[in-house]
Design a protein around this ligand. Structure first.
Ligand code: PCA
Length: 228
């Protein structure tokens, strides 16, 4: 048995939905029917979805509880990046909270660390380059992204990576094997009529990322990074 934990978020900023949760639900529906590409490549794969609050600290507490309940083999968290036009595979979590808008509990931390004395940045341990190649081949708009921002999504990415490393702050060894791979994907506003990515495409992209990441080999050396 292999278990993937997928998270999405509550709506925030006055919106009535969050497409990251739409994507998590569709992924779970495909998994329940055995329709995931990742399931054809990794037999016995099940998907558990959990919804996180858009609240500093509480998001990570909910994630901790989900990890404890599910004991996942891989974790992919999903969030909305409004105004973007591709699936964004986030490479880096920064140890920084700097919120441009209040979270759903009204807090707006500015220039604080997420983990006191934590490493300044942690890298996603998903096989992002391998996934980028496969998602591009499926003709789904996708980008490798060097910043998940400094709001709750970045907090979940950094906090997830910190926890999957056993909560160790230092030293950070990017070459050390990851016992449980984890990372973050930002999706565009999938329900908007002019969005260049459909919900089905976003779900397929996460499916391909899951398939690529359930693999012990190191990521491929593929020059998929953006120039700027
Ligand atoms: N997007 C926000 C937080 C929740 C979400 O879906 C972000 O990018 O930080």
């Amino acid at each position: 048995m292999t278990t993937a934990l997928i998270t999405g978020f509550d709506p925030f900023g006055g919106a009535d939905h969050n497409p990251s949760w739409d994507a998590a639900e569709e992924l779970a529906a495909r998994a329940a029917d055995g329709r995931l590409i990742a399931q054809t490549e990794h037999t016995g794969l099940t998907v558990d979805i959990h919804r996180l609050p858009v609240v500093h600290e509480a998001a990570l507490e909910t994630l901790d509880a989900a990890i404890a309940a599910v004991a996942p083999d891989v974790v992919i968290s999903l969030g909305l990046a409004g105004g973007t036009d591709a699936v964004r595979l986030e490479r880096v979590g920064l140890n920084l909270r700097d919120a441009r808008i209040p979270d759903n509990a009204g807090a707006q931390p500015v220039d604080e660390p997420i983990v006191d004395d934590g490493a300044p940045a942690l890298f996603s341990t998903l096989r992002l380059k391998a996934a980028h190649a496969r998602i591009t081949a499926a003709q789904i708009p996708v980008q490798l992204s060097l910043s998940a921002g400094s709001f709750v999504c970045n907090e979940v990415l950094y906090g997830l990576l910190h926890r999957l490393r056993g909560g160790q702050a230092e030293p950070y060894d990017a070459a050390a094997p990851a016992p449980v791979r984890g990372g973050f994907v930002h999706v565009p506003s999938l329900r908007e009529a002019d969005c260049p990515v459909s919900l089905q495409q976003a779900v397929e992209a996460v499916d391909l990322l899951l398939a690529a990441s359930l693999d012990d080999r190191p990521d491929v050396e593929h020059p998929g990074a953006a120039l700027h």
